[in-house]
Design a protein around this ligand. Sequence first.
Ligand SMILES: Nc1nc2c(ncn2[C@@H]2O[C@H](COP(=O)(O)OP(=O)(O)O)[C@@H](O)[C@H]2O)c(=O)[nH]1
Ligand SMILES: [Mg+2]
Ligand SMILES: [Zn+2]
Length: 303
Amino acid sequence: MSSGGPSATVGRVLRIAGGVYHVDDSKTVVRASLRGRLKRTDSRIVSVGDLVELERAGDEMRIVRLRARSGALSRHGVSKRREQVIVANVDQVAVVVSVTAPDPDFLMVDRLLALAALSGIDAFLVVNKTDLAEPVPGDGLEQYAALGVETLRTSVESRAGLEALSGRLAGRITVLSGQSGVGKSSLLNALVPELDLRVGEISERRGRGRHTTVASALYRYPGGGYVADTPGLQYLALWELDPAELSGGFVEIAAMSDACRFADCRHRVEPDCAVRAAVEVGTIARRRLESYLRLLDEAEKGR
Ligand SMILES: Nc1nc2c(ncn2[C@@H]2O[C@H](COP(=O)(O)OP(=O)(O)O)[C@@H](O)[C@H]2O)c(=O)[nH]1
Ligand SMILES: [Mg+2]
Ligand SMILES: [Zn+2]
């Protein structure tokens, strides 16, 4: 049986557990194994989100070919040295925060936005639990819109904004990420009722930084597309990143750094730093510079 022939089926890998690949062939979810030859090509291991070609071998379905990827969210995505794909073919990252309970963790938001930007993936902000508090001017959330980050306001409680979010997810592969307790599972349950995810569960933290493992699974989205559950992503440190590349994850810092005296300015202590000058006059938010400097420390320690 030759791959690509009339018997070949194309499917999307939803999750991988114990060597079994759960693949959505658009009619049903089949369990498949990997053909031996594919296993050895470790540079392009089949990952969640990948499109694969399947063939029947007796009673079994086997993955015989990996289709080309259109980008990926990966652990070493920026350096590409040892790419470890978390989800392939991701179209967008939804960074979820809540207006209160818990208060937004801005470093985490900036970390996720940077990860998306450095991976070349679109990102937007979901501000949930709007039933609990009115928008507070100057709370730090409004500035993301000024950075060009689309912001959707939602409430699972009042169902405000759920339709807009649903429209934003339809037809795309979306990774939802954010602090524990902001309502990610609740939002997914509201939009995909058959998911029945547990709410109020503090997802197990799987280590910090270098040791973080990020599990991932895709769920079919009723309006077309997929949503990804990626516990641990929000704790991923940008260890493998070249520190010089980090500012690419901060759009306003990257835009300003051309005006720094030194081309390789890291905006920490260098003289005539245009980025720090912009913070002094308020055109770049001090908190964003602080996030950048925290992630810069991480990236430098990782080398
Ligand atoms: N008031 C209010 N509570 C919410 C909302 N969304 C989620 N919650 C509550 O917030 C808690 C954490 O929600 P969960 O979905 O588990 O958050 P996750 O950790 O991000 O998956 C639960 O007690 C939810 O009932 C909302 O829009 N408004
Ligand atoms: Mg959850
Ligand atoms: Zn500078």
